[in-house]
Write a protein that binds this ligand. Structure first.
Ligand code: IMP
Length: 423
């Protein structure tokens, strides 16, 4: 059976957690393939709100098995907290949450290096979540990293101490004053490792390929968004992994010809948290309204998200890079009450109008060209069928579908599982 993918098409925070949660009833296995605790996937059901960082969003479903793939980076400290936060639910983690031996570990000193690197960059900082993601992936590609499987080896402690020492030397080299207590950090880390070792470690590529042979259905859950991809995003203001479809192949050990549907999630407008270019960003009352009505604050860091109009040039680019087969539009309800809506359909770039996503999208290079739409005033949050959706919203949806050439199959009208309209 093929593996379906679910990916964010913008700068993250599109609402992937909610949609995975809605879709999990259809799948036997949910697998995370990249990123780490920089992600914050919010799920709301039965009056509960949960934010997951590393654990896949299928964890609340009775039968789904959740796999943390080799492409993910795990911070045992945050992971333990996540598990503790789920203690009110009776979840058998040993059988429902399986961890790839090849997933890399975030050490306390990776977090310190992240902070030092960001401070050293000054104004040019990435706006990292400071979870140690970048330094951990650097150790992975630099072939210095420690993996979950190393915890089962006799020389774990020695390897850990060597890498920590190397990191401390690197910190000294940065010359940035950071306040930390290494003894405390290591104590927390050891507790996290102890908890992690209570879970089941697997050779996840073998597990997933066998599952496919046995007809099991798999959904690969992406984190962050396509415009934060280390290759295709707005480099250097990106994360350190491949957030696009190809990342699912390398992050799970699944061959490209085993990929089936690619579900692309986007918000009806655009948000971004952290630094970096954002052509359709709004600095006026409209942007403030989106932020207020949409509760646009980072699920991991609590930072306010920057808001702007939908950018179809960027959306088309993400659809193309990922081979998206179905779209899911989130937060249409947030746009209720705007008299006029704008959608960016092309850019003016070096005096020319272009419709592709160019190398430079900084304000000095790119000016968005907009099409305007009539807004709608109806409250969408109580709507349950597509027949109830206002005509102006349907016009907005149909315009996007025509531009992007992919159908919008789900329209989400609120954060709860139930506020999901199928088309
Ligand atoms: P890092 O991945 O923590 O190094 O952060 C790099 C950039 O990606 C920063 O601009 C972050 O704000 C952004 N970022 C990382 N993870 C997420 C996410 O899950 N949602 C939205 N933005 C993210």
């Amino acid at each position: 059976m093929a593996v379906n993918l679910l990916l964010g098409l913008q700068w993250g925070d599109e609402g992937k957690g909610k949609i995975v949660d809605v879709l999990t009833t259809d799948y036997d296995i949910i697998a995370r393939f990249q990123g780490g605790p920089n992600a914050g996937h919010t799920l709301i059901f039965d009056g509960y709100k949960h934010v997951l960082h590393t654990i896949p969003s299928g964890i609340f479903h009775k039968t789904a098995v959740n796999v943390v793939g080799n492409g993910v980076v795990i911070d045992p400290v945050i992971f333990k907290k996540e598990l503790d936060n789920l203690s009110q639910f009776t979840i058998d983690f040993k059988s429902k949450l399986l961890i790839s031996r090849k997933a890399h570990l975030i050490l306390p000193t990776h977090r310190l290096l992240d902070a030092a690197s960001e401070t050293a960059k000054g104004k040019a900082k990435i706006g990292s979540t400071l979870k140690g993601i970048g330094p951990t992936y650097m150790d992975k590609t630099g072939r210095n990293g420690l993996r979950v499987g190393d915890l089962e080896m006799n020389d774990w402690q020695e390897k850990y101490e060597n890498l920590t020492e190397k990191h401390l030397n690197m910190l000294a080299f940065h010359g940035i004053e950071l306040e930390y207590n290494l003894v405390e950090l290591q104590k927390e880390f050891d507790e996290g490792i102890k908890r992690l070792k209570e879970l089941t470690f697997i050779d996840s590529e073998e597990y997933l390929n066998n599952a496919m042979k046995n007809g099991k259905s798999i959904l690969a859950e992406g984190a962050q968004g396509s415009l934060l991809d280390v290759d295709f995003g707005t480099y250097p203001f990106v994360t350190s992994s491949n957030t696009t479809a190809a990342g699912a192949c390398t992050g799970l050990g699944i061959a490209p010809n085993k990929i089936g549907d690619v579900f692309g999630i986007f918000k009806a407008y655009t948000t971004r948290v952290g630094s970096g270019p954002f052509p359709t960003e709004l600095f006026d009352e409209d942007g403030a309204t989106m932020a207020r009505v949409g509760h646009e604050f980072g699920a991991t860091t609590g930072r306010p998200r920057r808001c702007g109009w939908l950018d179809i040039v960027a959306l088309k680019y993400a659809v193309q890079v990922n081979g998206v087969t179905q779209l899911m539009m989130m937060k249409g309800d947030v746009l209720s009450g705007f008299d006029t809506l704008k959608v960016c359909t092309s850019y003016t770039y070096k005096g020319e109008e272009i419709s592709h996503f160019p190398f430079n999208i900084e304000p000095e290079n790119v000016t968005p060209v907009y099409s305007e739409f009539k807004g709608w005033s109806e409250d969408l949050t109580k709507m349950t069928t597509k027949e109830q959706l206002p005509q102006n919203l349907l016009d907005y949806i149909e315009f996007i579908e025509k531009e992007v050439e992919v159908p919008i199959k789900i329209v989400s009208v609120g954060p709860d599982r139930k506020q999901t309209i199928l088309r």
